[in-house]
Design a protein around this ligand. Structure first.
Ligand code: C2E
Ligand code: MG
Ligand code: MG
Length: 725
């Protein structure tokens, strides 16, 4: 039987070359497949096209070089068209392989089908290549070997795809070794297919090759092999460079992501405590409310305000204050459950958002735990402080219709807690929000109180130590509520401050005080008036202009108006206050520090502030009659004030003993119920006409008044308004 066929021989060098090409092509193919997988969009399409070309050429050239290694005792040659066709088949096969490899998710079915397609494609390439020899008579095929070659092609394709998918998720260093091993296996498989396919071909004796030519095929084989290997090297280098570029891009992308995360932290977290800030809380609250609307689940807000924090901050400094806030934040975070949110929304204000509320009792338990946690002593570097918390609780949907109202009602309930003595919690209650023990005022009413002219100024005389000479009055605001009667400032000023109404109310007070001074001036009475300013008015950008306007409008001498600022308010932002006080001094109005002794003034600031007067807080005055300490404190305050060239006013004088002691201490002015309560205008005027008090500044004939035009502050006003423009 052997005799009836031509005996083929193989050129060992070319066989080796074909194996090398196969191995190299496989290695590059695996690399490309990985690339097509990791690249995205247009880049992936380029890699798919370029990769199919390079890989197809590699496979084909392995096959072609192997064909050239083969020789028969007759001269051989290859039909160009058929040869090109077999190359084309190899490119298509590669395209199939790479397309499958680029999918991020593949099923067994996919790999099976793709393996089959690839295997068949390789066979098609191989056998087209064989037909390119155009043997005459035709090749006699051995069916068994033919089948074996097809099976090897399919199994090898399937195996290489499997190896690829398995390898895809390896780490870089181990991947290279695996890729090398896989390339060797694939090369053997491809070569195995080729040589078993060759085994299937029998060339009958006397066959001739119609495509035979006189070309030296060894050289062509070397040329094709060399060119292919060079092309594969270029492909590999490009692919590696691109991989680097991609990983650089990945690094860039990840640092961009980090930057984004950092930005988000800044936007949504409180810088000091790392707790969510107001923005994030609002966002979570909105979502919680939306969920609650769908599910009917109850949610709650606990508004936590620290009692006494300001004192710590003022007396121990901002650094200590920060430390306290951090500690409190930590404690609150430890108390709450993962599903709850604790946020810091202002200086010493924290809010806890509770979703899925069981009942009010559970909320009260949580509130008590917060109270307990806050009131544990906090150890600082050199000090130990102890605070307490006032907590207001509001529940959705019972207490509010949206997130804004829920927060506002929790806030108001917190105010209730403060009003009932602090260190406690209060639930929102529509009835008690209006007045905690009759003290809380309804915010909405307050909004309209100005328009409805419900505010009124009472005036309390300030007397010389002799108790009869009236040196001026302090204007104290009252709210004549249509149903509640006369409401005192402590019951509505804090609310006005909290809800941003104080600036408007404060402007009205200044205007009204000036109007009243003018009315008295017109009667011939020069009565200096002191008005109280709230901290927020100190931050009002046009405060100086507003005061100037009022003074000018009523032709009041600036030195007849005193502004009372509370000690803690002034120290709140001492540097900024300093600048304001300088402008006020330039205007000519007087400045008094109110409630002196209750805050923590820094003496150095007092010296720098252009202050005219200190008002010793009533709490010291109350104790002077029977407490030695109080006496020595008051004595020290008076001495200190005098040494700074400040006048001293004692507030809250209620008894003769207090009055006598304070006079002996050389207080410059006394004020208190002992002399007079704050009085409505007509009552004050009545007493003045009855000569109960002597107006020391307004003795004798009616003063000749400056007209508005000639007022010295006119120029200032002009300057001020120019500046505003
Ligand atoms: P303040 O400026 O320290 O005013 C003194 C307070 O002590 C007044 O209370 C006055 O009625 C009260 N008082 C006077 N003499 C005695 C006394 O002998 N014994 C006792 N126990 N109290 C006495 P009032 O009018 O309730 O005002 C309370 C606070 O409200 C004021 O304290 C002031 O800080 C603030 N306030 C009053 N009017 C205004 C205003 O127009 N604007 C602002 N921002 N705050 C105001
Ligand atoms: Mg005052
Ligand atoms: Mg006071």
């Amino acid at each position: 039987m052997a005799l009836s066929f031509l005996i083929p021989t193989y050129d060992a060098r070319l066989v080796l070359l074909s194996m090398t090409v196969a191995m190299f092509a496989s290695f590059v193919a695996l690399d490309l497949a990985r690339h097509v997988h990791t690249a995205d969009g247009a880049t992936a399409r380029y890699w798919l096209a370029g990769g199919s070309f390079a890989m197809g050429t590699g496979i084909w050239s392995m096959h072609f070089v192997a064909m050239l290694a083969f020789s028969l005792p007759v001269q051989l040659g290859y039909d160009i068209t058929m040869t090109l066709l077999s190359w084309f088949a190899a490119v298509i096969v590669s395209w199939i392989a790479l397309s499958v490899a680029s999918r991020s998710k593949v099923s067994w079915q996919h790999i099976g089908m793709a393996g089959m397609a690839m295997g068949v494609g390789i066979c098609v390439m191989h056998y087209i290549g064989m037909f390119a020899m155009q043997m005459d008579p035709g090749i006699d095929w051995d069916i068994v070997w033919l089948a074996i070659s097809v099976v090897i092609a399919v199994v090898a394709s399937f195996a290489s795809l499997l190896i690829f998918f398995w390898m895809r998720n390896r780490k870089n260093h181990s991947r290279l070794a695996w890729q090398g091993a896989a390339a060797i296996i694939m090369a053997f498989a491809i070569s195995g297919m080729h040589y078993s396919g060759m085994e299937a071909a029998r060339f009958p004796l006397g066959s001739i090759c119609r495509a035979a030519s006189a070309l030296d095929y060894t050289w062509i084989a070397l040329l094709i092999g060399g060119a292919t290997i060079s092309m594969l090297i270029v492909t590999l280098v490009t692919s590696t460079l691109d991989a680097r570029l991609q990983s650089r891009t990945a690094v860039l992308a990840s640092s961009l992501k980090e930057a984004n995360t950092a930005l988000q932290r800044i936007a949504f977290l409180d810088g000091l405590t790392d707790l969510p800030n107001r923005m994030l809380l609002t966002d979570r609250l909105e979502h919680a409310i939306a969920r609650s609307r769908r599910s009917g689940q109850v949610i709650a807000l606990l508004f936590v305000d620290l009692d006494g924090f300001k004192t710590v901050n003022d007396s121990l400094g901002h650094q200590a204050g920060d430390q306290v806030l951090k500690e409190i934040a930590k404690r609150l975070s430890n108390i709450i459950r993962a599903s709850e949110t604790v946020a810091r929304i202002g200086g010493d204000e924290f809010v806890v958002l509770v979703e899925a509320v069981d009942d009010r009792a559970a909320l009260a338990v949580l509130a008590r735990r917060i109270e307990a946690a806050v009131s544990m002593p906090i150890v600082l570097e050199n000090d130990e402080v102890q605070l307490s918390a006032s907590i207001g609780i509001a529940v959705f949907p019972d207490d509010a219709k949206d997130e804004k109202q829920l927060l506002a009602h929790a806030d108001l309930a917190m105010y209730n807690a403060k009003a009932s003595g602090k260190n406690t919690h209060r639930f929102h209650d529509a009835a008690t929000t209006v007045s905690a023990a009759g003290l809380m005022a309804d915010l909405r009413d307050l909004r309209y109180a100005l328009e409805r002219r419900e505010f009124e100024l009472f005036y309390q005389p300030k007397l010389a130590p002799n108790g009869t000479d009236m040196l001026g009055v302090e204007a104290l605001i009252r709210w004549r509520h249509p149903t509640r009667g006369l409401v005192l400032p402590n019951d509505f000023i804090p609310i006005a401050e909290r809800f941003g109404l104080i600036v408007q109310i404060g402007s009205w007070v200044i205007e009204e005080a000036c109007r009243q001074m003018r009315a008295w001036l017109d009667r011939g009475w020069t009565i200096p008036v002191a008005v109280n300013l709230s901290v927020q008015q100190l931050r009002q950008p046009d405060l100086v202009e507003k005061i100037t306007e009022s003074l000018v409008r009523y032709g009041i001498k600036p030195q007849h108006l005193t502004l009372e600022l509370t000690e803690s308010g002034v120290m709140d932002d001492a540097e900024q206050t300093l600048e304001l006080l300088n402008r006020l001094e330039a205007l000519g109005v007087k400045i008094a520090i109110d409630d002196f002794g209750t805050g923590y003034s820094s003496l150095s600031y007092l010296r720098r502030f252009c202050v005219n007067e200190l008002k010793i807080d009533g709490s010291f005055v109350r104790d002077v009659a029977h407490n030695d300490d109080a006496r020595s404190i008051v004595a020290a305050m008076v001495n200190m004030a005098h040494s700074l060239n400040l006048r001293v006013v004692a507030e809250g004088v209620e008894t003769l003993q207090q009055s006598e002691f304070l006079s002996s201490m050389k207080c410059d002015e006394l004020q208190g119920y002992f002399f007079s309560r704050p009085l409505p205008v007509n009552e004050l005027e009545h007493r003045l006409t009855a000569k109960e008090f002597e107006m020391r500044v307004a003795t004798g004939l009616p003063q000749v008044l400056e007209s508005a035009e000639s007022c010295p502050c006119d120029a200032l006003l002009k300057d001020g308004l120019e500046a505003v423009k």
